[in-house]
Design a protein around this ligand. Structure first.
Ligand SMILES: [Zn+2]
Length: 646
């Protein structure tokens, strides 16, 4: 999470700039005034002024001996003046000037809060901002002209703090605990931020909820160009339900949720979100007293009241839902959430279900990228097997995962791992769901405007004389048959939805791929499952019992430990106990597996055959991850319990 950016949007008011300019100009003008005063008074002693006016001053200095009593009196006035304003070189003046600047900077920083408030608390912000700026501005300028710095500077401080303290008090009563200013936490965080800026790093503590909440702005996206989305966004913003909706999205983004569902019941609205592929209740930090200490616990957020839900819906409809088309039971719209200056496209739909209404929000947060297969979680042995298959001149490499389990990511990673700079690889993909561009891989799309079949698209691609073919989502029988024969001449990589590496082979056969060429060309069947990683900030370690070790065929190590997710989670993982995902892999393929394909062995026999060829089963790869402390046994249970994909 980026550092606190709550106030980043509140532009420093133009007044501050003006004042800073005034701060630069006035001292110059003022020293000039002192010089003039000095000249008028036949000049004070000990001045070395290099400005043009100073030349005449130099002459005046030489005339100092001729100064009469009247001039001395005037000189005293000037000397006195030099004590508080920056005169033409007096040492005493530096300190008051520095204090003046410090006050102005502090004031600018705190006034920025109010400027940012104008978007969050419009009426409040608009009322307070002039009170916080106007008087200070006047007194700051006046301070240069007042003859006593011991009066001017305290007065300036009073003008700064006078309105600021009641403002902060009233404001903090209106906003959430974590959004407060001048609280102990806020002050310590700000101080840490300042130290960081000058290169001093303090050890990072837990992610505090208020300070992790990203800055987020919303605007609807409409296909109809006559709709003014800006005006609608402004209108929505003024509605009472807007701020809670925005906050809901802030929490969702902060928890890295891709989907948020609001289930509206009679007693209230429950919020669930999908994080790292798992649905969970939306959680909030709650301060509780435990053993005389205040601690933060992440608890399921209370349902939103029906009244608040209605208000929220009104704001949402204004923001991004165009008028309902007649005869449709659902409404959907698009929006852009600008999160810390990055744009996150979002979709939102209102549906009526038998259980009641629900709102589904999808956030297109960017996918994490992985530099290598090892970074995806593949162990060295498996990565080595895949790498050896990918350098062959011909052969078939199958990449598989169940639906929604990151097949695209792994497939792309496998294609990237080929020597694609030397090989000409063509990509045969569905025009409806194209892959992100892969450098040096030429895409050919089927099912687009010309409704070309996958096979026709492959034939067209073959005219480019490729030395490799990649098909990210193989579902077409004709294409499967053709690919089996092409794999005898060149490298063919296919992606297919399947539960494991053996299931993937069976899927190829059921698509119509003949067993004989398949057994000959199959080099590797790579299967993958996404597994959530434990949050290392809050995972709880416990000793692995001898029974557990025996169950998972682990050596009887007395010091072996496992980890489980903390029920309450922590600030780092937004209370979920997990943080990010990795993948468990299995790579099958070898002489025994090929023999199994030819003799039509059943799945169980095929798995034994794979083991004989050195395949570590995907579940065992997962268990190894659990014993390494990366994930928990409960998570493995969740991942492998999933319904088999049809
Ligand atoms: Zn945690």
């Amino acid at each position: 999470m980026p550092p606190d950016r709550r106030f980043a949007t509140g532009r420093l008011p133009a007044v501050v700039l003006l004042l800073c300019l005034a701060g630069l100009v006035i001292p110059v003008a003022d020293s000039g005034r002192s010089v003039h005063a000095a000249q008028d008074a036949a000049a004070p002693a000990g001045q070395e002024d290099q400005r043009p006016k100073g030349e005449t001053l130099g002459e005046d200095q030489r005339q100092k001996a001729a100064a009469d009593a009247e001039a001395k009196a005037a000189e005293e006035v000037v000397e006195e003046e030099k004590g508080f304003v920056r005169g033409s070189g007096g040492g005493l003046a530096i300190l008051p000037a520095a204090v003046w600047w410090l006050l102005v900077l502090l004031w600018a920083g705190t006034t920025n809060w109010a400027a940012a408030d104008r978007s969050k608390l419009p009426t409040f912000g608009h009322f307070w901002l002039p009170l916080l700026t106007g008087p200070f501005f006047a007194v700051a300028i006046l301070a240069w002209w007042l003859p006593w710095s011991f009066v001017a500077l305290p007065l300036l401080a009073i003008t700064w703090l006078g309105p600021l303290l009641p403002y902060a008090r009233l404001r903090d009563a209106k906003v959430g605990v974590d959004d407060r200013v001048l609280s102990l936490h806020h002050v310590s965080k700000s101080a840490a931020g300042m130290l960081r800026r000058v290169g001093i790093k303090l050890p990072e503590g837990e992610k505090k909820p208020g300070f992790a909440l990203p800055d987020l702005a919303l605007a609807g996206v409409f296909e109809d160009p006559s709709i003014d989305s800006k005006a609608l966004a402004a209108e929505a913003k003024a509605m009472p339900g807007f701020a809670p909706f925005r906050e809901l999205l802030q929490w969702a983004v902060s928890a890295r949720a891709r989907q948020v569902v609001l289930e509206m019941g009679e007693t209230g609205t429950k919020v669930r979100q999908r994080v790292d592929g798992a649905w969970q209740p939306s959680k909030r930090p709650v301060a509780v007293r435990e053993k005389m200490k205040r601690v933060e616990k992440w608890q399921e957020s209370a349902p939103i009241t029906p009244e608040a839900t209605t208000a929220m819906m009104e704001a949402v409809k204004t923001l991004c839902l165009p008028a309902r088309k007649s005869g449709k039971s659902s409404r959907s719209g698009k929006f852009i959430a600008t999160v810390d200056r990055k744009q996150v496209p979002g979709r939102l739909s209102l549906e009526s279900t038998p259980a009641g209404k629900r709102m589904v929000i999808e956030l297109d947060q960017p996918d994490p990228t992985f530099p290598t297969l090892a970074a995806l979680g593949m162990d060295e042995a498996a990565a080595g097997r895949v790498a050896r298959a990918l350098v062959l001149e011909n052969g078939l490499v199958v990449v598989s995962a169940p639906s929604g389990e990151g097949l695209t990511t792994t497939f792309t990673q496998v294609v990237l791992a080929t020597d694609r700079l030397l090989r000409d690889i063509v990509l045969i993909e569905d025009a409806a769901s194209p892959l992100k561009e892969i450098q040096n891989v030429k895409p050919f799309r089927y099912g687009g405007d010309d409704a070309a079949t996958p096979l026709a698209t492959l034939e067209k691609a073959m005219l480019a004389y490729p030395t490799g073919i990649a098909v990210p989502d193989l579902r077409d029988g004709e294409l499967a048959v053709e690919l089996a024969s092409r794999a005898a001449e060149m490298l063919v990589i296919v992606g297919i939805r399947a539960n494991d590496s053996i299931d993937a082979i069976e899927k190829l056969i059921s698509l119509g791929m003949p067993r004989e060429p398949l057994a000959r060309v199959l080099q590797a069947s790579v299967s993958q499952r996404l597994v959530r990683k434990l949050c290392q900030g809050c995972a709880q370690e416990f000793p692995a019992t001898p029974e557990l070790l025996a169950k998972f065929h682990r050596p009887a190590e007395p010091a072996a430990t496992l980890k489980r997710a903390a029920a309450d989670g922590c600030g780092v993982c937004s209370g979920h106990g997990f943080m990010g995902r990795t993948a468990a892999f299995e790579v099958a393929g070898g002489p025994t597996v090929s023999k199994g394909i030819l003799v039509k062995a059943d799945a169980r026999t095929m798995q034994k055959a794979a083991a004989k060829d050195g395949t570590v089963r995907i579940k065992d790869a997962g268990v190894a991850m659990a014993f390494a402390g990366t994930t928990s046994l409960e998570e493995l249970q969740r991942v492998f319990k999933k319904e088999p994909q049809g």
